[in-house]
Design a protein around this ligand. Structure first.
Ligand code: SF4
Length: 423
């Protein structure tokens, strides 16, 4: 059994930190890349620091929540949903081992690899029993299956927050009340602190600033040609998902916006001519980080937007504690995968909106095996693409596990699409 966070620490120390330092030392365009890695690494650094010193509670939380409340309670925290992505890119064999461990323990192989990863990581000792786990009953069967198993492995109660499949104001109000009655008392218990409304407001105001800056970045990405290459599309979203409410994120978004301004004001053209603008529907493969760059270089096809990584969220109203909790709840409900709970019709209308807003001319939709939320929507997507005359490529794959559709096969399908359909 490995020591808690052993592999995570390895990724931070051998990849993130030296990678960021190296890129920053190269100057020019590379500085922003180094700063991106530094920003992505920050929660890991914070978590390991707290874990080693034992001076702050460590919270591992699941999709369906955003981090402002954890900052307000001064907990070190990590969004678990992001973990398999990091391993998929840098510790592929470890990821395979975790998946195998989960399957040997009885988890069916058709459960989402994200959830199998959690169980395998817990069985291996990477996730410790004495951390604090917080999850919601969203967004999928996989999550609802994995967390009770984690609870059995750790022989410890977790914090479960009842969520909703509904959408809109009432849903956000209701989920806000669940957070008030479940998550806040849990955080009070593990930190020994009372909920401080003023501190929460301060964190929320900080996240509202970051939110506005994130919107500016996404607005800039609607421009033709896009000022940033497609490889950066996921960055603002992952930043918000893991660090909303931290001044560090706000400062980082200012740097991204400054870089965009530098490119626009200097009339700096992209390295490759932009011939196509792709809407990527659902998750890109975490194991092929070079895919978007390869598409730009080979076909002039830039991924202009990724459906689950464009903010459907709204800023948080800080009038009083209830409006803040409602707004906080709404961001959890509408960010990333949790958004998938909405009806197929609403989801696909959302997709059409992004398609036009980002001036796309085709759609690549991934069918992540194990995700009923997206695989169930492909028929409707086909209907919709016919209706709007939008060329559509669907690819079956597992976004964490490269063995299901290896990079070569993924690229072959994309090549065929751009040479036969989009020529
Ligand atoms: S990809 Fe689908 S099945 Fe996997 S965690 Fe996300 S919503 Fe759940």
């Amino acid at each position: 059994m490995s020591k808690a966070f052993n592999y995570t620490r390895g990724i931070l120390d051998t990849l993130f930190k030296p990678g960021a330092e190296f890129l920053k030392s190269q100057g020019g365009d590379k500085i922003l890349l180094g700063e991106i890695i530094e920003m992505l690494a920050a929660p890991y650094d914070d978590l390991l620091h707290a874990w080693d010193k034992g001076d702050r509670p460590v919270v591992l939380f699941e999709n369906g929540l955003v981090p402002q409340l954890f900052y307000a309670f001064d907990c070190a925290h990590l969004c678990l949903e992001v973990q398999p992505l990091i391993f998929s890119q840098s510790k592929t064999e470890v990821l395979h081992n975790f998946l195998a461990l989960a399957e040997e323990a009885g988890l069916p192989s058709d459960i989402c690899s994200t959830d199998r990863f959690f169980v395998g990581a817990a069985l291996s000792g990477e996730y410790p029993a004495n951390a604090n786990y917080v999850t919601t009953t969203m967004p999928c069967d996989g999550t609802r299956t994995a967390y009770p198993i984690l609870e059995k492995i750790f022989k410890k109660k977790m914090c479960y927050i009842e969520s909703t499949n509904a959408y809109g104001d009432e849903a956000a109000k209701w989920f806000g009340k669940q957070i008030k009655s479940t998550l806040i008392p849990y955080l009070e218990e593990i930190t020994g602190k009372r909920f401080d409304i003023d501190r929460f407001r301060e964190v929320v105001e900080e996240s509202n600033k970051a939110y506005e800056l994130m919107l500016d970045i996404y607005d800039a990405y609607t421009m033709v040609p896009s000022p940033h290459r497609a490889a950066l599309r996921q960055v603002p979203h992952v930043g918000y998902m893991t660090q909303a409410g931290s001044p560090r994120l706000t400062e980082f978004f200012k740097k991204m916006n400054a870089d965009i301004k530098r490119i626009i004001d200097g009339n700096i053209k992209p390295k490759y001519e932009e011939k196509h603008r792709v809407l990527w529907a659902h998750v890109p493969p975490a194991y092929d980080l070079g895919l978007f760059g390869w598409m730009e270089k080979t076909f002039g096809a830039t991924v202009a937007a990724i459906t689950i990584m464009n903010p459907a969220i709204t800023p948080i109203d800080t009038t009083n504690v209830d409006t803040m909790l409602e707004g906080y709840a709404r961001q959890g409900l509408d960010l990333t995968m949790a958004l998938l709970r909405i009806s197929a019709e609403d989801m696909l209308n959302y997709m059409v909106d992004i398609y036009y807003r980002f001036k796309c001319d085709c759609i690549i939709m991934t069918q992540h095996v194990g995700c009923n939320n997206i695989c169930g929507k492909v028929g409707v997507a086909r209907y919709l693409c016919k209706k709007y005359d939008a060329p559509l490529l669907t690819i079956e794959m597992d976004y964490n596990d490269n063995r299901v559709t290896p990079s070569e096969s993924l690229r072959e399908q994309i090549e065929e699409f751009f040479t036969a359909v989009m020529k």
